[in-house]
Design a protein around this ligand. Sequence first.
Ligand code: NAI
Length: 393
Amino acid sequence: FQLTTLAMVFVSAIRTSLSKPQVASQRFSSGGSRGLKILAILYRGGDAAKQEPRLLGTVENELGLRSWLESQGHEYIVSDDKEGPNSVFQKQIQDADILITTPFHPGYVTPEVFNKAKNLKVCVTAGVGSDHINLNTAIDKKVQVLEVTGSNVTSVAEHVVMNMLLLVRNFVPAHEMIERGDWDVSQVARNAFDLEGKVIGTIGAGRIGHRVLQRVLPFNPKELVYYDYNPLPEEAAKAVGARRIDTVEELVSQCDVVTVNCPLHEGTRGLINADLLKKFKPGAWLVNTARGAICDKFAVADALKSGQLRGYAGDVWDVQPAPKDHPWRAMKNPLGGGNGMVPHYSGTTLDAQQRYAAGTKSILEKYFQGKEQEPANVIVGIGKWATKAYGQR
Ligand code: NAI
């Protein structure tokens, strides 16, 4: 009887591994002989995380995964300590099987880190945007990169619309005036406009870019335009009435408001630099919730100071947490406003955290069971690109 049972288990294991060769862990299944080492780099939540358990993406609340992972015999290490050779990240990655990290406080997986990470098989992004991982090296090293696609795209799109409104309507200086105890309507109204009647364009029209277009349509813009080498599906473009523009230079020269909604990759790093900023309409507003490094930080600060940009807003910075002397913290336009910067939180609302924590669990569950991942969640498969969103290749 025992031999028959063993044979059945063996046949079923072979069947599973043959049908799902892309995603099955070669060294582990739920009945495997050893647990895996899973390292999570998350941001520290402090008192807020102790008081608010829905802050799932924090070191304190650990994506809600600890008891589930440990009950299956896995080791789960969670830390926010990620910089320098003696950090928990750099030490523990050396024998970790799985890395989980969020774009809000990313463990940067450089080629050097990959060289150290001898057991690493999977990087999971708890959220959207996996540029903190050197994706070309992940391909070379046959490490899969998975993310919870779609988990926070509505959260970001809402933030983009809010950013457009607060810049165009000159909200921040108006509010600061009230806190100071002052009251000078002309001083804020002299740089306040309506979103209605403006040309609004997005660089990148994927999940977030498309949602932004949908959400600004009811404001009656003069026109909606987009630049993306992957065109919107015809129906979707028709529904929002968005015109596709062939080059990014053309797009910025036609827009009053530009929003950046593409991933950071070789083709977008430093895309918005001094040269491109000169091609913007004078006095345009720029919103970037995609990634800080898509913009040249000094060129943006200069363009705001000169008035070439009337405003810049977003939540993403080149290197996070942003250093205290980052020029975007205090930059202003000539009238003392135009800065809508906040820490990276647009995609980490409590609603979004619930979705990306659940999505992370589902990705791990599939991995442990050798099941196929949701195709949209796979950024890099074993040894190959699985998405068309990280540049034309
Ligand atoms: P997506 O994959 O659905 O869409 C990205 C689009 O950008 C694709 O259509 C792609 O073709 C396009 N694209 C790529 N390179 C381009 C280029 N050079 N020029 C124009 N278009 C280009 O991704 P999704 O979900 O819309 O997210 C976009 C980015 O937003 C993420 O990669 C991430 O960096 C950022 N993000 C930021 C968050 C935050 O909290 N601030 C949260 C979630 C995402």
